[in-house]
Design a protein around this ligand. Structure first.
Ligand code: UD1
Ligand code: CA
Length: 465
């Protein structure tokens, strides 16, 4: 029978050293927030081990913001909240948890971890879980070797057994130990229950240390993980930048393994939710953000920024483009220097060229807008060609209006569409026209001043040397 398990995420601390005007768990990280990483990995672990989990966050500082975030982003996941009003230490956080969590003892096992270690992996949870069962222990603390152990609790192994000694309470000898406590623990719920209320705060920090549940008299053991990187925590802005860099490298490695090519991955900024199909090629300086999804065999040239955008297969985006909330179907070529704004929907085989801006624009198959245009609040039919310098005048100062152009049409260069206006299929618009009346199917329209030419008169305007 599968175990029932409590999962306690400690997130009540102030995170003072991070120096951001938000609670640490909500600190932006890879396009999500710090706490999302731990929650997602935990959910993933429980699902793959088929564990019935009771997940709770211990919150304190700016708890409303954290609670709102979790409720919004994890509907139906039944994540609970424990309120730790005063933060008297990690041991105190777990005391408060047990006091408020009436059914905690129904779950025989309890995982405890911090919300500020975003690189934790489910393989680590799994290894601890297996060890717990094979060794019949009361507690396991995950440890790693730190090049610089300063600030961490040290793992003290002796003939009597094992204990964790906090930096502040450590002797010079103990401070030399490089094996440190990661603050990820798996404990039997009964061990916590029997001992957590006996903790003393008689130590240098005057705090209740959770680590005091690991003492030689208990059947507890450390488990040393080679992969120290997975335990990197975030305490200040330098950590944030470094750890996010490591998360990015992980993300890039996993994409590479799926057949995505990077010319210079070190210069690519990519967020956690991004998906990229096999055979796609990403040039330097590309930013792929939010829920961006690229199909297979796409090419993204240098310095493009794509946010929440979906590209189908074999889309080529030339250098310097900026996309936000757009969808582009297969075999399109876009850019260089195109700006596709929210609500742009581009069907297959379209071409959008340099210095084109689109917004709420629906382009059917094979549309070409090759140069210097603004296409906003518009629908353009299949195979229509839009000349250079085209503008939809969509805004009258108060409201936005729609421009509709049918299929197989040709719009000459330097035309303006004063919306609302509707052009049929197979229309032809002469260059330089300002169109403010509808044009029927097969219609030709031209709306510009006739040219006046006066031979010899130029000298009147040309300055004499
Ligand atoms: C803790 C461990 C230390 C370990 C280190 C790893 C203890 C006593 N020490 O130290 O052995 O090497 O993590 O990073 O546990 N929190 C609460 N309520 C509190 C206090 C803390 O929820 O009253 C939360 C914090 O928000 C944070 C986590 O617990 O997410 C850890 O607290 P922190 O103060 O950072 O512990 P460390 O001093 O780093
Ligand atoms: Ca810490």
């Amino acid at each position: 029978m599968a175990d029932k398990i409590n999962i306690v995420l400690l997130a009540a601390g102030k995170g003072t050293r991070l120096n951001l005007n938000m609670p640490k768990p909500l600190c932006p990280f890879m396009g999500r927030t710090l706490v999302d990483f731990v929650i997602n990995e935990v959910l993933d672990f429980c699902a793959s081990e088929k564990l019935e989990a009771e997940i709770d966050l211990v919150v304190g500082h700016q708890k409303e913001l954290i609670i709102d975030h979790v409720k919004q982003n994890y509907p139906g996941k039944n994540i609970g909240f424990i309120h730790q009003k005063e933060q008297l230490g990690t041991g105190h956080a777990v005391q408060v948890y047990l006091e408020q969590k009436a059914n905690a003892e129904k779950q025989n096992l309890t995982f405890i971890m911090c919300a500020d270690t975003p690189l934790l992996k489910k393989s680590i949870f799994k290894e601890m879980y297996q060890m717990f069962h094979s060794k019949n222990l009361k507690g396991i603390a995950a440890s790693f070797q730190a090049l610089n152990p300063t600030g961490y609790g040290r793992i003290v192994r002796s003939n009597q057994g094992f204990s964790i000694v906090e930096e502040k309470d450590a002797t010079a000898e103990i401070k030399k130990i490089q094996e440190v406590n990661s603050a990820l623990y798996l404990l039997s719920t009964s061990h916590i229950k029997e001992n957590i209320f006996n903790l003393s705060s008689n130590n240098k920090a005057n705090e209740f240390y959770l680590t005091d549940l690991f003492k030689p008299e208990f059947a507890v053991e450390p488990i040393l993980f080679e992969d120290a990187g997975s335990f990197e925590g975030i305490n200040n802005l330098a950590d944030l930048e470094m750890v996010e860099g490591h998360a990015r490298s992980r993300k890039i490695e996993s994409l590479r393994a799926e057949g995505v090519r990077f010319v210079d991955a070190s210069s690519v900024y990519i967020e956690q939710s991004v998906k990229i199909g096999k055979g796609s090629l990403i040039y330097p300086g590309v930013h792929l953000m939010g829920e961006t999804i690229l199909g297979s065999n796409c090419i993204i040239e240098p310095n493009c920024i794509l946010k929440n955008s979906k590209l189908a297969t074999e889309v080529k985006v030339l250098a310097g483009c900026y996309f936000e909330d757009v969808e582009v179907d297969s075999h399109c070529q876009i850019g260089p220097y195109a700006r596709l704004r929210p609500g742009t929907l581009v069907a297959e085989e379209c071409k959008i060229g340099n210095f084109v801006e689109t917004k709420k624009a629906k382009l059917d198959k094979g549309v070409k807008v090759s140069h210097l245009s603004y296409v906003g609040d518009a629908e353009i039919g299949a195979n229509t060609n839009i000349g250079c310098g085209f503008i939809t005048c969509n805004y009258d100062g108060a409201n936005k209006h729609l421009t509709k152009i049918g299929e197989d049409s040709f719009i000459g260069s330097d035309c303006q569409m004063i919306a609302p206006v509707q052009l049929g299929d197979r229309v032809y618009i002469g260059s330089g026209s300002t169109i403010n009346k509808d044009v029927p199917d097969d219609g030709f329209a031209i709306a510009r001043e006739r040219q006046v030419t006066k031979p010899g008169m130029a000298s009147r305007f040309l300055k004499k040397k």
